[in-house]
Design a protein. Structure first.
Ligand code: FHN
Length: 421
């Protein structure tokens, strides 16, 4: 404390030993399933439909009265994620439309109280995830298009919306977050989004993050504010971009910090269910995204928008079954790895685990070799991952040549495993 003007020194956050363990495990998991699911799914036009089609809130709310996902089956979703090789699920507990997809006591506008379904799918999912060893994270929107206390569109003065009740809104969020952290077994992460809508308000992050870490210090907090990480956060995320690329302009501050990294992308061009979106990524594109994220030391969180009946469309299940088969075969070079000190190259990226360096050749060069610059270790052995066939290499002071002629080329990623000390 300064004493003189009674301004307390900002106490910075120190993660607990348990939190550091969650972070390490998070980095080991590498591949996660992002799920955007809500009442907007009925319209089949993405999760922004209320805002984009200018649907008045009171009309939009009617969707809840016939949202009845009778075919939702937590077992199927978790089995689908596992089959795809994913180790965790991040699901929208509440998106910008303000509808809570979980049984909350803090607002009647939730799936248990406002729909004919009357059940809590997130509780089912939490239980199934715990049973199946899949980690669960909750996405939570800071932005709310409907609540009177948030007062969407209101001018902001002194860090608060003049037409709303900011203290009430902050309290509401704290109460909901308390529910999400204390009622759902095994939750390991909170994924905030929507900060970017109001840059000039006081989000009370110290209190919100402090509360989360007080309730469960092992929980990881991340915030898709598109800025450099703030005090109290446990991981840094990049939306629709590999870390540092900033091709979408979402990551205004694309600097890569020291926290665990995650990059999220959609399986087609939509987050929420969009019946018209047939821009499906191929299994190869998804595998490349995963490999490229891992090579940049980041997790890949791949999003799907399930249908309003609770089913996942076949285009997604088919593609991800192929991805899953690939990851099953090549997981050694993905799970538990970290990005290499060798930066991404024209031919691909590298991942590291202990004394092993995995060379991911995603673009086979015209010349019969690839060159790995800046490898500090001494390579003692090079083999094809999977077959164990030895691979010719030559190490020079400036780097290592790997001879690709005759290598069994995998259409997705030819992986050479180096033993290097
Ligand atoms: O507006 C949202 C969008 O609907 C979606 O949830 C994505 C996920 O990263 N985040 C926001 C845009 O930054």
């Amino acid at each position: 404390a300064t004493g003189v003007n009674n301004v307390r020194a900002q106490v910075s956050y120190t993660p607990t030993v348990g939190n550091m363990a969650t972070r390490r495990n998070f980095q080991d998991m590498k591949f996660g399933l992002f799920i955007h699911w809500g009442i907007y799914g009925i319209l089949g036009d993405g999760e922004w439909v209320m805002h984009e089609k200018k649907i008045p809130y009171d009309s939009y709310k009617r969707l809840a009265t016939f949202f009845n996902p009778q075919e939702f089956n937590a077992k199927e979703w978790v089995a689908f994620a596992k089959k795809a090789g994913m180790k965790y699920i991040t699901i929208t507990s509440r998106h910008h439309d303000g509808f809570s997809m979980f049984g909350t006591k803090m607002s009647p506008y939730n799936i248990v109280d406002a729909t004919p379904y009357h059940k809590d799918p997130l509780m089912e999912l939490a239980k199934e995830c715990e049973k199946e060893g899949i980690e669960l994270h909750f996405y939570y929107s800071l932005l709310d298009w409907g609540r009177a206390d948030y007062a969407f569109g209101s001018p902001i003065v002194d860090g608060k919306p003049v037409n709303g009740d900011w203290d009430s809104y902050i309290k509401f969020m704290k109460d909901q977050l308390t529910e999400l952290i204390t009622k759902y077994p095994g939750v390991k992460g909170i994924w905030f989004d929507g900060d970017w809508e109001r840059k000039e308000v006081n989000w009370h992050y110290n209190e919100i993050y402090g509360l989360i870490h007080k309730l469960n210090p092992s929980i990881m907090v991340g915030n898709n504010h598109h800025l450099a990480p703030k005090d109290g956060e446990d991981f840094q995320m990049f939306e629709k971009d590999l870390p540092g690329n900033n091709t979408t302009g979402f990551s205004a501050d694309s600097k890569i910090g020291t926290l665990p990294l995650e990059t999220c992308e959609t399986i087609n061009n939509s987050w929420g269910f969009n019946i018209n979106d047939r821009h499906f990524k191929t299994s190869k594109q998804i595998i490349h995204y995963l490999v490229n994220a891992a090579g940049r030391n980041a997790n890949f969180l791949l999003n799907i928008g399930p249908m309003p009946n609770g089913k996942i469309q076949s285009e997604f299940t088919d593609t991800l079954a192929i991805v899953g088969a690939w990851v099953k075969k090549n997981g050694e070079a993905i799970y538990g790895t970290r990005g290499s000190t060798v930066p991404p190259q024209d031919w691909g990226v590298m991942t590291v685990k202990g004394n092993n360096q995995y060379v991911h050749i995603t673009t086979v060069p015209q010349v019969p070799y690839i060159f790995i610059p800046q490898l500090k270790q001494t390579v003692t052995k090079a083999i094809v991952l999977g077959t164990g066939a030895s691979v010719k290499f030559k190490q020079q002071p400036e780097g290592v040549f790997i001879y690709t002629a005759g290598l069994p080329i995998d259409a997705n990623d030819t992986i050479v495993k180096l033993t290097a000390n």
